[in-house]
Write a protein that binds this ligand. Structure first.
Ligand code: NAD
Length: 438
């Protein structure tokens, strides 16, 4: 089967590479000439573990190619996937559908045979119908169907998630489109990974409901963590005890500096807007959005306490700026709230991140980038663990403490403990939802 993939970002590129690994012929299209040039040279524009090897294998096998030319990509394709960005629209929280609609119109202008137009981007309920109408209007003679196929992969584990999904969700309107989608996902179906087939609207809704639920779970434990600090409980023990209940589950129950990333912030905002538009307010999701902002602000207060009430003139080392480990993605990362607050407060900020520098340099002006945690700690007054990269999970705390001017540690991912910090010679330690010391 020939597939065209429009958009070679985190979702489009991973999906395109994985579909080609299933054995399909895949042509990936992007508007960004720099990205396509890199891909044609065999370079991967994003950091995603394992993607370079899988991409090279399938290019070599002749099943995977890249182009700027959409018409060329969709020639003979049975399915064309739209995997472009749907960021938050400036000002009102809605998902910005400009890229999706532009892609749909480009398909309509050039398509000349039956195909299924599959929307992989996360889009509000009704968008698939909107795309259908737009394509019909632009090319009344085209025979086509639309299908909704939201993506659930996680950056940093994207290939594993795509190849071994908990489920694949496919929204269709008729048997013909369902058959094309079944053919695309046959390798997964044969290996017993469930395919959930729904109508278009339910598929669109599943994605937002799932992301809002996960954001709620994280925010719930972050709020419990704040209470733990006041009442002398330990949120790590609390989430362990809660998560062992099969009805609750232990995932997404780790307290931290607030959720960020390319999906949860924008998708919770979009769901809240969809609710408002339909006069069914999403009270829980709206509360989650505002509590998450509070969580991030609370982190600034924590750091301020560890700096005796002022950042001015302090040297602060930051370990990790990406929104989570194993990605270079900085979109809506907690670092984007925290670091400017430190710089704005007059601190000298030293930053290290295994993959975040390329994205982070433009987003975090006024900081000094260093190679590793030990360089970040040199003569610092405070060290902050912000992203739980493996590189920061087994640090030589004694060595770090020795390098610092005032050895103080803010462990915003609860990697270490009071005992570890005291033993290493730190004079102050704070984490999330647990007692610290000064
Ligand atoms: P991204 O910004 O990384 O990539 C989008 C790509 O589309 C860019 O390379 C851009 O140049 C390209 N593009 C835009 N318009 C185009 C056009 N008309 N023709 C060709 N290329 C075009 O976005 P992403 O993170 O991959 O997200 C894509 C969608 O998938 C979003 O709706 C997102 O919500 C959803 N999603 C993302 C993730 C994730 O972890 N990133 C997970 C699940 C779902």
């Amino acid at each position: 089967m020939k597939i065209a993939m429009i958009g070679t970002g985190y979702v489009g590129l991973v999906s395109g590479v994985c579909f080609s690994d299933f054995g399909h012929e895949v042509v990936c299209v992007d508007k960004d000439p720099e990205k396509i040039a890199m891909l044609e040279r065999g370079e991967v524009p994003i950091y995603e573990p394992g993607l370079d090897v899988l991409m090279a294998k399938n290019v070599e096998a002749g099943r995977l190619s890249f182009t700027l030319d959409l018409a060329e990509a969709i020639k003979g394709a049975q399915a064309v996937f739209i995997a472009v960005g749907t960021p938050t629209r400036r000002g009102d929280g809605h998902a910005d559908l400009t890229y999706v609609m532009v892609a749909a119109e480009e398909i309509a202008r050039t398509a000349d045979h039956y195909m299924v137009i599959v929307i992989k981007s996360t889009v509000p309920v009704g968008t698939n119908q909107q795309v259908k109408q737009a394509v019909k209007k632009a090319n009344p003679n085209l025979e086509f169907d639309v299908a909704s196929n939201p993506e659930f992969l996680r950056e940093g584990a994207a290939i594993e998630d795509f190849m071994k999904p908990d489920r694949v969700v496919v929204g269709v309107q008729n048997e013909r489109a369902a058959e094309v989608m079944a053919e695309i996902y046959r390798p997964l179906y044969l290996r017993d990974f469930p395919i959930v087939t729904t109508d278009l609207e339910s598929a669109e809704m599943i994605k937002y409901a799932a992301n809002a639920f996960l954001a709620t779970k994280i925010t719930f434990i972050n709020e419990i963590a704040a209470l733990c600090e006041r009442v002398g409980a330990d949120v790590k023990q609390v989430s362990k005890g809660m998560g062992m209940d099969g009805r609750i589950g232990n995932k997404f129950l780790h307290a931290g500096p607030g959720y960020g990333g390319s999906c949860f912030p924008k998708d919770t905002k979009a769901l809240a807007r969809i609710g408002q538009d339909h006069s069914v307010p999403m009270h829980i999701t709206e509360t989650v959005i505002s509590v998450n902002e509070e969580v991030k602000r609370r982190m600034v207060d924590k750091l301020l306490d560890l700096c005796d009430g002022s950042f001015n003139g302090k040297t602060i080392g930051i370990l990790g700026v990406t929104f989570k480990p194993n990605t270079d993605d900085m979109r809506d990362a907690p670092a984007l709230t925290l670091v400017p607050a430190l710089v704005g407060g007059g601190a000298k900020v030293r930053v290290t991140d295994p993959q975040g520098r390329h994205e982070g340099e433009a987003l975090l002006p006024g900081v000094h980038w260093v190679e590793d945690a030990y360089k970040a700690a040199q003569n610092a007054d405070l060290l902050v663990i912000l992203t739980e990269w493996n590189e920061f999970r087994a640090l030589d705390l004694k060595k770090l403490a020795r390098k610092m001017a005032t050895p103080r540690l803010a462990d915003l991912r609860n990697i270490y403990s009071v005992k570890d910090a005291k033993r290493a010679g730190f004079e102050a330690y704070d984490s999330i939802g647990r007692a610290g010391f000064v």
